[in-house]
Design a protein around this ligand. Structure first.
Ligand SMILES: [Ca+2]
Ligand SMILES: [Ca+2]
Length: 268
């Protein structure tokens, strides 16, 4: 049986491909910057608005409570151009839900004007604004924020930011993955802050949590937030990044080596 020796260059290619795969996913699958635009109708979300959009993010704006009254429903926007390996229809729909209790209502956009870019912190335009008074929940199947249209069972690394400068100081926000059951993703402390002093940030990951999440059988990632202040109006979200989980370069390297071993066995 005629077999050929594996060229050294091919072995090098497999090795290099394995080593580089862990650094291949620099761009986010979807990054959204929540903010305020008072020219929008109540409960209708828009992609452009009055508060600055952070480059690299897509906008999700709602009118502010002082312009729109109470909004207790669900606001949604669909973002296209998503790789079909993550979303079969190449789009992801982002939905954010107000609280059904109208006393806690008035979900809408806010621009807190802080924290601003400062040295290594360059996410000021994302973190200064957000959507306030979302639904408070950690119940399985319920949500404050929902991502839908994903490939069922697909996993991602998710980073969420919650900082509400000048409001709800010393509040701790705990985020939950409510897609399948309910599991805490971690907590964000909205402070230290006193006397109305604005929040400051020194890193783009300040006021954030990062965790792996998996889409349920309906292709949805459900996320809920609870606050420790027991204030029904305290919920807030500034933005999120949904990233691919880097492929395990070591596994690819082992696969390449086992293929090489297989060729050698056939040759023997
Ligand atoms: Ca924002
Ligand atoms: Ca913004």
């Amino acid at each position: 049986m005629k077999c050929r020796r594996i060229p050294a260059s091919l072995l090098f290619y497999w090795t290099a491909a394995g080593l580089s795969a862990g650094h291949a996913s620099a761009a986010a699958v979807l990054a959204v910057d929540f903010g305020r635009n008072d020219s929008l109708a109540l409960g209708v979300a828009g992609t452009t608005g009055g508060s600055a959009l952070k480059p690299g993010f897509q906008g999700f704006y709602l009118t502010g409570s002082t312009s729109g009254g109470n909004f207790t429903g669900v606001a949604s926007l669909t973002y296209g151009g998503i790789d079909s390996i993550y979303a079969a229809a190449s789009s992801i729909t982002v939905s954010i839900q107000g609280d059904p209790n109208t006393a806690a209502g008035s979900m809408g956009g806010r621009d807190r004007n802080n924290p601003l870019d400062n040295g290594a912190f360059t996410y000021g335009d994302m973190l200064r604004d957000g959507i306030a008074r979302t639904r408070l929940t950690n119940s399985a199947g319920d949500y404050s924020l929902k991502l839908s249209g994903l490939v069922p069972g697909s996993s991602f690394s998710l980073t969420l930011w919650t900082a509400s400068s000048g409001s709800d100081s010393n509040t701790t926000y705990t985020w939950y993955d409510t897609s399948i059951g309910s599991a805490s993703l971690g907590s964000i402390y909205n402070g230290p802050q006193s006397g109305g002093n604005p929040l400051t940030a020194t890193s783009n990951l300040d006021f954030s949590i990062t965790s792996n999440v998996t889409a349920n059988g309906d292709g949805e990632i459900l996320l809920g937030v609870i606050v420790d202040s027991n204030s029904a109006t305290a919920a807030f979200i500034n933005g999120f990044e949904l990233n691919a989980i880097p492929e395990p370069s070591a596994a690819l390297l082992l696969a390449g080596l086992s293929m090489a071993a297989g060729f050698r066995r056939r040759r023997a």
